[in-house]
Design a protein around this ligand. Structure first.
Ligand code: FNR
Length: 196
């Protein structure tokens, strides 16, 4: 078997008991062996400020950029705040997109998932995220779409995914993400790491 594709999983919530993080962990566990997903932490990133680029570039920005640059693909899992994207998720996109000419997102295949304890599946945040990903050149998989509503009813007391139907759907989603990743990387003609 060839080397599994590295997928950076970015969760748009910093709180310890985050539903989004729990779903992201479940998706990591459901990934096929052709994918090697791992969480990319974003809590240390200070707010993007162009004045800091250059000699005083914050270390977490540099580390994030280096980490993303060598990934084959991405999986974004986001909550919704006030019918929009949480600031931490927008911030990581902004940090990775700069300095001008050094955007680390461009050409990466990605999955987009939104998760909420509410009834509407965090659809507004989901589409706002897709809009920003489009702007930075991420190839977001158009389908299947994942809007997870009422998430608290899908998890057990220990925070693991207990709803079988959702688990089966997310397993298929990860297979689709694996196929999408291959398709986009074949289009580019090489892996992200080799493209540096
Ligand atoms: C929310 N929440 C929320 N939920 C939603 O479905 N649509 C929304 O517009 C909002 N708005 C919102 C604003 C702010 C500031 C907060 C803190 C929360 C509720 C949100 O879905 C809930 O807190 C989730 O638990 C957040 O995701 P994590 O942290 O559990 O992953």
């Amino acid at each position: 078997m060839s080397t599994p594709r590295t997928i950076g999983v970015i969760v748009g919530s910093l709180r310890r008991e985050s539903f989004n993080r729990k779903v992201a962990r479940a998706m990591v566990a459901l990934a096929p062996p052709t994918l090697a997903p791992s969480l990319v932490e974003i809590g240390e990133l200070t707010l993007y400020d162009q004045d800091l680029e250059g000699e005083s570039t914050p270390k977490p920005w540099t580390e994030l950029r280096q980490r993303v640059r060598v990934l084959d693909g991405l999986l974004f899992v986001t909550p919704e705040y006030n019918r929009g994207l949480p600031a931490v998720m927008k911030n990581v996109i902004d940090v990775g997109s700069r300095p001008h000419g050094h955007n680390v997102w461009r050409g990466k295949p990605a999955g987009v998932v939104s998760v909420t304890p509410g009834a509407l599946g965090a659809m507004a945040a989901h589409h706002q995220l897709r809009q920003s990903l489009f702007a930075v050149g991420v190839a977001a998989m158009p389908a299947p779409e994942v809007f997870i509503a009422n998430v608290a009813t899908l998890l057990g007391p220990d925070g693991t995914l207990t709803d079988e139907k959702t688990g089966e759907f997310l397993r298929k989603y990860m297979q689709a993400l694996a196929a999408w990743t291959e398709r986009i990387l074949a289009d580019v003609g090489t892996t992200a790491g080799e493209r540096r």
